[in-house]
Write a protein that binds this ligand. Structure first.
Ligand code: ADP
Ligand code: MG
Length: 381
């Protein structure tokens, strides 16, 4: 038996809200938790046994974290390979280094998806301004240029061809190349999205695999605004989404959890990107499902039996960005008066525009009712 039982210590690389909520679920199961984060007052700080200060490329801090742990997982994909390797000397790192190396580089990730036969939108790898100029022409002027490394919530991304007042696509491409720091990137054709969905998959080292019913996601300014489980897409598409997500997890030899973001276009489903950790679009799993994504990652990395992923009741979440704090403290008292609503705050002390400070969740008899309630509660803030 290789299971890591309650009472053992789990280490998490990253102490943001995902690490915090994972830590809370792990505590409920009786584990001890340590995290590593560059910010000593990171959100997980307040719910863990120990917090090691270290940047994502601080291999020594990663090793210090791992020395006292029985298993290491992560909540952010940008942990340097050297740090993962340093941690792996002391405790198993799940997901493993090989998978992380592919996922943390958009160029490698896209090429891997193509090689393995998974559907992706039209894209080009760009390594120079000239590459980007020709990519814009090939892809048909409107595109998203995304840095190969770093970036989340639409950061390290530039859109080309959307601004009607721009002088020319050529000038915009030159600007984009400069804005992204003249670093390798992928240029993607801007797609007409009918819907965005995601599928969360969990796989344990013993090979057991479970995937959650898909979530439907609504973005504003490239940041997730709200999300609902289940997505209510037609059964045929749901089956395809499940097959794609499970296939990726199998081929990656996943140990842990993996969110697969998918675009639904008129030509069918395309993989947008992979996130090898708990995901914002599955925060509602805490309310909707028998087992939350946070408990599931603990079970997966500890090689325990995976939890039931069925939906008990539809649930939705709405993100609370720092913008909401500008002018006045949000009226959580009013939001909590809406039936089925809960408030989840991450203890981030400085609200900034675009910074995820927390979320609201709501259950409903239908996905529509859950969305309606959570958005109404947000209005009341
Ligand atoms: P992040 O790592 O910031 O989540 P994504 O690549 O997922 O980056 O992009 C964020 C959002 O921007 C997507 O969820 C989608 O709404 C929009 N987007 C990204 N790429 C495209 C594309 N090629 N076509 C249309 N919309 C896109
Ligand atoms: Mg994304």
């Amino acid at each position: 038996m290789s299971a890591i039982l309650p009472g053992a210590t789990i280490g998490i690389l990253g102490g943001g809200q995902l690490g915090r909520m994972t830590a809370m679920a792990a505590r409920s199961l009786g584990y001890r938790i340590q995290v590593m984060d560059p910010d000593p007052s990171c959100p997980a700080r307040f719910v863990v046994d120990a917090c090691f200060e270290g940047s994502w490329d601080d291999a020594r801090a990663a090793a210090d974290l791992a020395r006292g742990c029985d298993v290491i997982t992560l909540e952010i994909e940008q942990i340097a390979v050297a740090s993962l390797q340093a941690a792996a000397k002391y405790a198993p790192v799940r997901p493993g280094v090989a998978m992380m190396e592919i996922i943390q580089d958009r160029v490698l990730q896209k090429n891997w998806l193509v090689e393995q036969g998974f559907p992706v939108g039209e894209f080009q790898t760009v390594r120079s301004e000239a590459d980007l100029q020709s990519a814009v022409v090939t892809l048909g002027s409107r595109c998203f240029v995304k840095s190969a490394r770093g970036g989340y919530d639409g950061r390290s991304q530039v859109k080309i061809g959307f601004d009607e007042t721009a002088i020319s696509p050529e000038a915009t491409a030159a600007d984009a190349w400069r804005l992204l720091g003249q670093r390798p990137a992928v240029a993607e054709k801007a797609l007409d999205l009918e819907k965005e969905i995601s599928v969360m998959v969990a796989r344990a080292p013993n090979g057991e695999l479970k995937s959650y019913p898909s979530a439907a996601n609504h973005h504003e300014q490239q940041i997730l605004a709200w999300s609902v489980i289940p997505s209510s897409i037609p059964a045929v598409l749901e089956a395809q989404a499940q097959e794609i997500a499970r296939g990726i997890a199998q081929k990656m030899n996943l140990e842990g959890v993996l969110a697969v973001e998918l675009f639904l276009t008129k030509d069918g489903l395309l993989v947008n990107e992979l996130a090898p950790r708990p995901h914002n679009s599955y925060h509602a799993s805490e309310r909707a499902c028998v087992t939350s994504q946070f408990e599931q990652i603990v079970r997966a990395v500890c090689d325990l039996p995976l939890g039931d992923v069925s939906v008990i009741k539809p649930a939705a979440i709405a993100n609370l960005l720092g913008d909401l704090w500008i002018g006045h403290e949000p009226r959580f008292d009013r939001a909590l008066a809406v039936p089925g609503v809960r408030v989840h705050l991450y203890e981030k002390h400085t609200p900034r525009a675009g910074r995820k400070m927390g979320h609201l969740s709501a259950i409903g008899e239908t996905p529509e009712e859950a969305i309606h309630r959570v958005l109404q509660a947000k209005e009341f803030l």
